[in-house]
Design a protein around this ligand. Structure first.
Ligand SMILES: Nc1ncnc2c1ncn2[C@@H]1O[C@H](COP(=O)(O)OP(=O)(O)OP(=O)(O)O)[C@@H](O)[C@H]1O
Ligand SMILES: [Mg+2]
Length: 236
């Protein structure tokens, strides 16, 4: 469980998150919706939850009863992060990159080998595993980025707009992959601007507005049209 308690974040005296509270249960697939930049706060919130990427001015993140902190490495080892713009080592092959990240997390060679083979197959990258990442398309790079975030078997996976610019088929593969991941008892938080995506993949949607949690939605209670109306009523 992730408890976000009274988080406040300011950049240059501009309030980005203001007394932000939210609880995320084990197995949740949470979508965070909000407007672009300005006082958006979606990326900021993910980085705060990760512990140390951004340290908030106020408030606490508690994960499975433990306080998240810049030096809580054991907790951070239980978390995976997929940034909005993946920066990969383009002169490694897809397979080499996954081995490299696994090594950084001190994952056993046996697990690295097994996971790499399975994930490359699942993500449809097995045929290009020996090609340099610089020759991959945007969607292929996104898949490598997501795969690498899972190599240390994190219980919590945070993804910042992972499907932007990803084609339909790759997007579908990634969606199915993530759904399976939550069905295995893990927790996923995803930020997105795409209502359809959030509706099709998430069980809960948090709407951020003016730095606060404007609404938390149980997706089963909403069809897409109702969700659209709800979001519009908050933003207009
Ligand atoms: N490190 C930083 N230093 C100063 N200001 C920052 C920093 N990070 C974010 N901001 C500001 O905080 C605000 C919210 O940024 P954030 O990236 O959290 O928005 P977002 O909701 O992710 O937006 P988008 O939908 O465009 O990705 C913006 O005004 C941004 O300029
Ligand atoms: Mg963002």
């Amino acid at each position: 469980m992730i408890e976000i308690k009274n988080i406040e974040m300011q950049f240059n005296k501009k309030v980005i998150l203001n007394d932000f509270n939210l609880q995320i249960e084990k197995g949740d697939f949470l979508g965070i919706l909000g407007t672009n930049g300005g006082v958006g706060g979606k990326t900021t919130l993910l980085k705060i939850i990760m512990g140390g990427m951004i340290v908030p001015n106020k408030g606490t993140i508690i994960i499975n009863g433990e306080v998240q902190h810049i030096t809580n490495y054991s907790l951070q080892n239980n978390m995976g992060f997929v940034p909005d713009h993946a920066i990969l080592y383009e002169y490694l092959t897809g397979e080499e990159y996954l081995h490299f990240v696994g090594g950084m997390f001190k994952v056993s060679n046996e697990r690295i080998k097994k996971f790499t083979e399975t994930v490359l197959k699942d993500m449809g990258l097995i045929d290009v595993k020996d090609k340099l990442i610089k020759t991959y398309s945007h969607g292929m790079k996104q898949k490598v980025s997501i795969a690498s975030s899972l190599i240390h078997e994190p219980k919590f996976l945070l993804l910042d707009e992972p499907l932007t610019g990803v084609d339909l088929i790759s997007g579908k593969n990634i969606r199915n992959f993530l759904k399976q991941y939550t069905e295995n008892g893990n927790t996923v938080i995803i930020t997105t601007h795409l209502l359809e995506l959030a509706h099709s993949i998430c069980n809960k949607i948090a709407i951020i507005h003016k730095g606060k949690l404007a609404k938390i939605i149980n997706v089963t209670d909403y069809d897409l049209e109702k969700l659209e109306k709800e979001v519009e009523s908050i933003y207009v």
